[in-house]
Design a protein around this ligand. Sequence first.
Ligand code: PMP
Length: 290
Amino acid sequence: MIYLNGQFMPLEEARIPVLDRGFIFGDGVYELIPVYSRHPFRLTEHLQRLDASLKEIRLPNPHTVDEWARLVREVIARNPWEDQSVYLQVTRGVAPRDHAFPVGADPTVFLMANPLSTPPQEQVEKGVVCVTAADNRWLRCNIKSISLLANVLLRQVAVDAGAVETILLRDGFLTEGSASNVFVVRGDTLLTPPKNHLILPGITYDVVLELAASGGIPSEVREVSEFELRSAQEVMLTSSTKEILAVVELDGRKVGSGRPGAVFQQLYRLYQEFKARVMRTPAPPQALTG
Ligand code: PMP
């Protein structure tokens, strides 16, 4: 069951007009919220990032945080899976094709749920292979835009190479993955690039930095050079669906020992414990009637 502009319906019945500016211009933003045992993970933070994306594209938020939270919980309750990924998207609505903002168009609001697919155990235990590419995206990567063509093309670079993710470099510095944030370990310190216009401010990125602090792992948020990435003892990917994954091979060269490292192991364990705590919190969502 999905939600579209005020109504819940089966996905197959959902229709949007071809003049939706999401379809015509990619003029919209989205969020993806992981749900564990029917508990949305970091819901407030996802809704805050949604609000920030909407502000960046100058689209008034069609809902309050409470309204959004109710919609998310309702979609979760109406779908059969315990673990879900809830996707939500807002576009600038339906209007005659003209680049300029339409006057009087209502935004299109869409939510759907899918079964959550986290990485297979083999990827967690053995780590994953990545490649690098030049980050040729625009300079507003902090917006969670549905215009994902550059990310799509960059991700395919990994797929074509039999790799899991493409790690991006801009002007000799690490930015992020095509659909993930990147952390490296040098010495005993966890490093990751700062949140700015060059990366998406990942929700998992924040969780990992908090877990590092709680676990006594020193961390530094600062620019990471290509050299530092390539000579790191450990490299990790984070995202809502990848959670934390160790990168054990980059562009055909081993990362560190070629096996998931100690910092990854500790962060992965802390992440799973943190998830388990979230799942034990009370008040699992109830379906509204009607
Ligand atoms: N960067 C990019 C480009 C992404 O697409 C994603 C995943 N949506 C992330 C980082 C990770 O963000 P999050 O931890 O919120 O899933």
